[in-house]
Design a protein around this ligand. Structure first.
Ligand code: PLP
Length: 439
């Protein structure tokens, strides 16, 4: 009997014993195609020889130095690289150990920014109902996923949630995509005015929504409008690209496709590609300057922040992506995956929507395509899809969630950036078989 408190005490998990390229192997030697990259983590695949060499080299040099005493060459190089490869407006990097830590730090950084400027009364965070920002208490408070929040609500700071940008279900028939985007973005202004503009810290959103709803991209113009509203009222735009960032949608940051730049953003998952736990907050010069000209001290910090082994992994991921032109492959294979999903599920009665960007794609599962009616929660479709997929040697990320009273079952795909066309065909074929067996 396992002595680990696993995520579920009822799950009967196979033992992962090895990994190579896009596959993981269990202790019996069965292979699983990692079509979800775990949870959108494994961007360069498993057992990458160049990564192993980089980690060995760093371990030979230095495994750990506390950031209260030292900086390290490898952490400085990673920060330089991230800033150099980001659009103007991203100027500094704060290194942590994962996505929740990054979001937690981002929220505190936003609050302290205003404290440094003498605007102590700012206290409200506005976020969206369709969101997940992490499982630590601050990040959980910002998220809108009630399934994750419900039992902890007494411990959560008050956060104000507005509607998501979820065109598949919420766009009115008479509205263009653009009109729809403006309408939902305007909810931010309404909320700011309701709370009092001088009391609001910022607006938090995933650029492309991940696990809560399955690769939901914003409609054209939505984030431009959001940025405009944030600027009008002097509040911060905080983007969570923990899942959708670091190349997953075909550009280093998903926001690059929206024509905006956030004030603060969180990244993780694909930053270390699963080889080390790492996350980061990226921030603009104005945020840094407020700290530098104020107390000069960010009232935060973790023992493992800026860990040299994690920074080495982050740097190696960026080197490998560049050396092998993997962002081009994300774009090419992403389009092919979209095409293959449409061929297989485009007229499937239980698939209501096919969406996403780059190698971040999802299908939304419905009881009936034309009415978009969801399956009842008791159907536990996500559990059945995962079971059937694993039986077929396929890892996908199915989730069920209720947003604004509507249940949205979906299956998320986020394969490694090294994937090829033949492997995509196998993924779609196995997913189709698993879905048909599960329903
Ligand atoms: N933000 C988003 C958008 C995520 O998808 C996740 C994890 O799935 C997190 C934050 C939390 O990241 P972590 O699990 O690394 O703490």
């Amino acid at each position: 009997m396992s002595k680990i408190l696993h995520r579920s005490t009822r799950a009967d998990l196979p033992t992962a014993a090895g990994g190579c390229g896009i596959e993981l192997f269990d202790a019996d030697g069965k292979a699983y195609i990692d079509a979800s990259g775990g949870a959108a983590v494994s961007c360069i695949g498993h057992g990458h020889p160049e990564m192993l060499a980089a980690l060995h080299a760093q371990l030979d040099k230095l495994a750990y130095a506390h950031t209260g005493f030292f900086t390290t060459e490898v952490a400085e190089r990673l920060a330089d690289r991230l800033v150099a490869d980001s659009p103007r407006g991203i100027d500094y990097v704060y290194l942590v150990s994962g996505g929740s830590e990054a979001m937690e730090a981002a929220l505190k950084m936003a609050r302290q920014y205003f404290v440094e400027k003498g605007e102590n009364r700012r206290k409200h965070i506005i976020a969206r109902r369709q969101s997940y920002h992490g499982n630590t208490l601050g990040a959980l408070a910002a998220g809108g996923n009630e399934w994750r929040r419900a039992q902890f609500r007494p411990l959560l700071i008050e956060t104000h949630h507005i509607a998501p940008c979820y065109a598949y279900r919420d766009r009115l028939p008479a509205e263009s995509q653009h009109q729809y985007g403006e309408r939902v973005a305007n909810q931010l202004e309404t909320k700011i005015l309701e709370l009092g503009p001088d009391d609001v810290i910022g607006f938090v959103a995933e650029t492309v929504v991940g696990a809560t709803a399955g690769a939901v991209p914003p409609v054209d113009g939505y984030f431009k409008k959001i940025r405009e509203i944030c600027d009008r009222y002097g509040i911060l735009l905080i983007l969570d690209e923990v899942m959708c960032g670091m190349g997953r949608t075909g550009t280093l940051h998903a926001f690059e496709q929206e024509g905006i730049v956030p004030d603060i953003m969180a990244i993780a998952k694909g930053l270390g590609g699963g080889y080390q736990p790492i996350g980061a907050v990226l921030l603009g010069r104005h945020i840094y300057d407020a700290f530098a000209s104020g107390t000069g001290f960010f009232q935060h910090g973790h023992t493992y922040m800026g860990h040299p082994m994690a920074a080495a992994a982050g740097l190696a991921v960026q080197d490998i992506i560049r050396r092998h032109c993997l962002l081009d492959n994300v774009v090419r294979m992403g389009e092919l995956l979209d095409q293959r999903l449409r061929e297989r599920f485009g007229s499937h009665n239980h698939v209501g929507d096919i969406r996403g960007r780059g190698l971040f794609r999802a299908i939304e599962i419905v009881e009936e395509r034309s009415s978009k009616s969801p399956f009842a929660p008791a159907s536990k479709l996500n559990v059945a899809v995962k079971r059937e997929a694993m039986a077929r040697g396929l890892m996908v990320y199915p989730m069920g969630g209720t947003i604004d009273g509507v249940r949205g079952d979906h299956v998320l795909l986020a394969p490694p950036f090294i994937i090829d066309a033949g492997q995509l065909d196998t993924i779609v074929e196995r997913l189709g078989d698993a879905l048909d067996a599960a329903i």
